[in-house]
Every structure is written in C-alpha cells, then in structure tokens.
Design a protein around this ligand. Structure first.
Ligand SMILES: NC(=O)c1ccc[n+]([C@@H]2O[C@H](COP(=O)([O-])OP(=O)(O)OC[C@H]3O[C@@H](n4cnc5c(N)ncnc54)[C@H](O)[C@@H]3O)[C@@H](O)[C@H]2O)c1
Length: 299
C-alpha cells in the first residue's frame, strides 16, 4: 500500500528537473499523476523539439507500473487550467492535489530588466500558480457543496529569492514571494472545505540552478542537490495524512527540512504625543530599533 494510493495529482512543469522528480515520487507512492509541461527552454522560449518532456515522464511512470497522462497546456492559460481540471476529473473521477512547479527565469539587474522580462516571469510563476490553484479550489468547493468529503492539497513552489531576496531577480523573487503569501491566503480561505495549501522552497541541481553555476554536489558521497531530495516532502504534502498542516513554507535543502516563518513584527516604537509620529521621531525611533543592524548608505 502506498501513501498516495487512489489519489490523483497534477504536477505542472512535471517534464524536467524538480517536477519530474515529484512525478516519479508521487507515482512510486501510488498516485495517478498528470504530468503537465509546455516543454520550453530555460527562459521560457519555444524549443526546436516540439515533443513535450511530459510524454517521457509518463512513459517512465507507465514502465514502473504506474498510471499517468501527459498534458501540454501552458500554466499561463487561465481557461486552459480550468479545462485541465475538468479533463482530469472526467478521466479519473476525481482530483486530490495540485503541485504548482512550472516556471522559468529571465534574470537581469532591475535597471536593465525590460517590461516583457518582468511580465513573463510574473505570469508563469505567480499567475500560473493562481490559475491552477483557483480552478482546483473551485472544484473542491463545489464537491463540498454537493455533500462530498474533500481532502484537497495545494503544493506550490517558492524560492530563496522570494523569501530572502536575490540580486538580479526582481521579477522572479517578487513572483515567488507572492506565491508564498498566496498559499497563506489559500490556506485561510480553503480550510473550511478540507483543503490545505503549503509551499516548498527547494534547492536542486536542475538546468535552472546551472544558470547560476551550481551543479550536483556529491562531496558527502551522495548528491545533496539531487532534485529527488525535495520530492518526498511534496508527496507527503499531497497525501491525506498531511491534512493537519496548512499555510506553511518548508525549505528543503539536501537532507534538511526547515520551516520558514513569514513576515513577523520584530520591534515597534510609538510617538511621544500618542498621536501620529512626527518626521523627527521616525529617524530617531528607527535608529534606536535597528542600530548597527540597519543596512544603508552610512551617515
Ligand atoms: N532548481 C532550484 O534550485 C530551484 C530553487 C528554488 C525554486 N525552484 C523552482 O522550482 C520549480 C522547478 O524548477 P526546475 O529547477 O526544476 O526548472 P526546470 O527548468 O528544470 O523545469 C521547469 C519546467 O517547467 C516547464 N514550464 C515552463 N513554463 C511552463 C508553462 N508556461 N507551462 C507549463 N510548463 C512550463 C518547463 O518546460 C520545464 O520542464 C520552478 O518553479 C523554480 O522556480 C527551483
């Protein structure tokens, strides 16, 4: 018996890298996997080979005795994501989890970043995550309204750039921060319907990480950057067993899983008058709170 027996899961960007590893782990644990992938290049450009890598992952799953189907819809196609949810339900009778993973990079310093580079990255990550999440949640809400019991799971992919910031990734980091917050909002809105929403922040030697010069790290006798290291966390989050946990961000780095907290209030100061702070009080109050911890231009 696998932990995901009988569960139907859609994984976007499931043809390569982390998405492929998630699909294989889900299938190994008994899930029926819908492998979505547009088959684009690292910057989202169309590739010569029109054959989607999703077909290859489906073949791998079928070869190991699992059930899977490929889908080539872009996650940026809002109506297309709705149609995908409908198709999956028609084909397999239900949908239990979605893994939002598809995306690409168009890194550049802000002063050089074009409007298109900003929009395309926001669209594929942030809007793409919203598109599938919204349609899956709508399906689950309607199921509950018609008297059915639901254990829906949304697992989305944020990143260190979104949680901590990273030079050259104003588009990507903003999208990834938005995704982490979107999962908190989805967790609040969907709890009453039996749906959880969580995010993972992976680190893996895929073609995406190769763009910043990082490849497999086998210094300890095993590959700390193998994309498959993250997949058991994703598979568990898709299972029925994870129903007690929602609205969390988990960073998965090699053999370590960490819980990352969202923005929290650290310190405060108040005006002397009891009414609004004055312009003089702002600088003074912030100096007292931040002291040498402040990042700035000196002075
Ligand atoms: N690799 C890392 O260390 C790392 C770190 C943090 C976050 N991430 C995130 O993990 C996810 C997977 O990244 P990866 O490293 O495996 O990259 P990858 O390039 O190997 O895989 C991404 C896949 O998404 C597909 N894709 C792109 N646009 C699509 C679209 N519009 N519709 C459907 N599919 C589309 C691509 O064809 C590709 O197969 C991404 O969201 C990425 O931002 C990766």
């Amino acid at each position: 018996m696998g932990m995901l027996d009988g569960r139907v899961v859609i994984v976007t960007g499931g043809g390569r890298g982390l998405g492929r590893a998630h699909c294989l782990e889900l299938a190994r644990n008994g899930a029926t996997v819908v492998v979505n992938d547009l088959g684009v290049g690292i910057r989202g450009e169309a590739e010569e080979n029109a054959q989607s890598p999703a077909e290859e992952v489906v073949a791998e799953i079928v070869a190991m005795g699992g059930t899977a189907m490929a889908d080539g819809t872009s996650v940026t196609d809002f109506a297309g994501m709705g149609a995908l949810v409908q198709r999956v339900v028609e084909t397999y009778g239900d949908l239990h989890a979605v893994v939002n993973n598809a995306g690409f990079l168009r890194d550049r310093m802000m002063v050089a970043m074009t409007e298109d580079e900003f929009d395309a990255v926001i669209e594929v990550h942030l809007k793409g995550t919203f598109a599938l999440t919204k349609h899956a949640c709508l399906y689950w809400r309607d199921q509950v309204k018609s008297g059915k019991k639901v254990s829906g799971r949304v697992v989305s992919t944020t990143s260190g750039a979104g949680l901590f910031g990273n030079v050259g990734q104003a588009n990507y980091g903003s999208a990834k921060a938005g995704i982490a917050t979107m999962m908190i909002i989805a967790s609040l809105e969907m709890e009453r319907y039996g749906v959880t929403a969580n995010a993972i922040s992976p680190i893996a030697a895929t073609r995406m990480l190769a763009t910043v010069g990082r490849t497999a790290d086998e210094s300890g006798g095993w590959d700390k950057l193998d994309p498959a290291n993250c997949s058991p966390v994703v598979a568990w989050l898709c299972s029925e067993e994870s129903g007690w946990m929602t609205g969390q961000v988990l960073r998965v780095d090699g053999n370590t899983v960490s819980r990352v907290e969202t923005w929290t209030v650290q310190q405060s100061f108040r005006s002397k008058s009891g009414e609004a702070v004055t312009i003089e009080e702002v600088g003074l109050g912030l100096r007292k709170m931040l002291g040498t911890a402040a990042r700035g231009l000196g002075g």
